[in-house]
Design a protein around this ligand. Structure first.
Ligand SMILES: [Zn+2]
Length: 322
């Protein structure tokens, strides 16, 4: 719009009725959302080559659905910032930013659906497309004190059409105990002391082999592993060839032996558990890795979490654990 047209548009505002003003405010907000969403998408694609052939020789080639389209001169194919990402086949790209906001706020599916004005099934599909790539955004060879410990999440077939057992009222709390009930799923979490790096993995059983594999990528020559000294963790440290320190933990009491404790990771467990059970009212075990990924992003940007962090991560770019 030309600046003189814009000036007269602004001048006209004083003539609006209260109702018209309200309507205008909503329209401006919706348009703002849309622009922000598309801008975040475009920004995420900047600096990347052609998603088909990786070439950097491409030219702008019009727009499609509000997104800049490019034509690759190497392979003659067109693409935009969402091409070949988990988000490419999602409709309503103008809602991406809004969905990023729902994720940043930690909203449940129902709350997110209401917020975006879409069906619960649509919100569900969006959520998991946004999170699927982030599952692999784990840390590599961290330097420092890595506290590793497991927590347990009650198995849930929430949302499954094929229950293998009778439905049960939700609301079980996960506990850490010996002689575990069979429906508690172990989740191994490693939290780097003083840094926002988090490694996590859903296990089928807490044993040496699985604990080793869960931590393999995260540990390196400069990692000092801190554990509660369980057999599985001692075995994993040995298998990984890392220096480890363990402490005797008494839950409920506070046993801290100098700097070698697992309190940082245990407090992460607590926040995770409370968000899963109270914030989201339980999640399906099948999607647990996605929720862990969501938590990881929130932890990384704690205090400064923005909708675009989820949009960009959802496109497959690793922002966290770098
Ligand atoms: Zn190409």
């Amino acid at each position: 719009m030309r600046s003189d047209q814009f000036k007269s548009l602004l001048a006209g505002l004083t003539r609006l009725t209260v109702r018209q003003l309200d309507e205008l405010r909503k329209a401006v907000e919706a348009q703002h959302q849309r622009t922000q969403a598309l801008r975040a998408l475009e920004a995420a694609g900047e600096g990347l080559g052609c998603p088909h052939c990786s070439s950097f020789k491409f030219t702008k080639n019009g727009h499609s659905r509000g997104l800049q389209r490019y034509l690759c001169t190497a392979c003659s194919r067109t693409f935009n910032a969402a091409t070949n990402t988990p988000l490419s086949r999602l409709r309503g790209k103008e809602r991406f930013f809004q969905h990023g906001e729902c994720l940043a706020q930690g909203l449940s599916i129902r709350a997110a659906a209401a917020e975006m004005g879409v069906a619960v099934s649509t919100a569900f599909r969006m959520r998991h497309r946004f999170l699927q790539e982030v599952v692999s955004h784990q840390p590599r060879h961290v330097a420092g004190l890595l506290e590793a410990d497991e927590t347990y999440v009650r198995e849930s077939q929430k949302g499954s059409r094929h229950l293998t057992r009778p439905a049960r009222h939700r609301g079980g709390t996960a506990v850490k105990a010996k002689g575990l009930p069979r429906d508690l799923i172990p989740v191994l979490v490693g939290r780097l002391r003083g840094q926002p790096h988090v490694v996590d993995q859903v296990l089928t059983s807490m044993n040496i082999l699985q604990a080793t594999e869960a931590l393999r990528g995260a540990v390196g020559p400069d990692t000092l592993l801190c554990t509660d000294g369980s057999g599985a963790m001692r075995g994993a440290a040995k298998a990984l060839g890392v220096t480890s320190k363990s402490i005797a933990v008494s839950y409920g009491g506070r046993v801290v032996e100098g700097v070698y404790h697992v309190q940082t990771v245990n407090s992460y467990h607590e926040r995770l558990q409370s968000w899963l059970s109270r914030g989201l009212r339980g999640v399906a075990t099948k999607y647990l890795p996605n929720y862990l990924a969501w938590m990881r992003v929130s932890e990384w940007y704690r205090g400064d979490l923005k909708p675009e962090h989820f949009v960009i991560s959802g496109l497959g770019r690793q922002l966290i654990n770098t």
